[in-house]
Design a protein around this ligand. Structure first.
Ligand SMILES: [Zn+2]
Length: 132
């Protein structure tokens, strides 16, 4: 995993606004979701996931993961990356956070620092380091 100040090539101010809006709505709890490429429109969009969350972690029910996996298949989406928030402002990824990168090459972390949400990007450096 490599932290990157450069956003993914598919990043937009609209996506940033959508995921940080979800993070803000979920505050003070963590939120999570995925960025997908929609086959029909060719555009990237943000899809929040329902999760059981606390102020420092979240857990997605297996049924929700299965529902999302079927939605990806049915709608011919490609997962571009994942997102989650750190309402407490911690700017680093935990070991569990890194598992989100199994879903896509990029991860976007939304951190709330001094009342302002900011994003940090991370990308996989290769196929072999997804779990390091
Ligand atoms: Zn985290």
């Amino acid at each position: 995993m490599i932290l990157s100040s450069d956003p993914p090539p598919w990043w937009s101010t609209g996506l940033q606004s959508e995921c940080l809006s979800a993070a803000s709505s979920g505050f003070p709890l963590e939120v999570c979701g995925f960025f997908v490429l929609e086959a029909c429109s060719g555009r990237a969009s943000f899809r929040p996931l329902r999760a059981r969350a606390s102020t420092h972690s979240f857990r997605v029910d297996p049924q929700e993961v299965v529902r999302f996996a079927y939605e990806i298949m049915d709608r011919q989406w490609t997962v571009l990356g994942s997102f989650h928030s750190h309402p407490d402002g911690t700017p680093t990824f935990s070991k569990r956070d890194r598992l989100l990168m199994d879903w896509g090459a990029w991860h976007v972390l939304g951190c709330r620092l001094n009342g302002v949400w900011e994003v940090t990007f991370a990308r996989r450096s290769s196929c072999t380091d997804a779990t390091d």
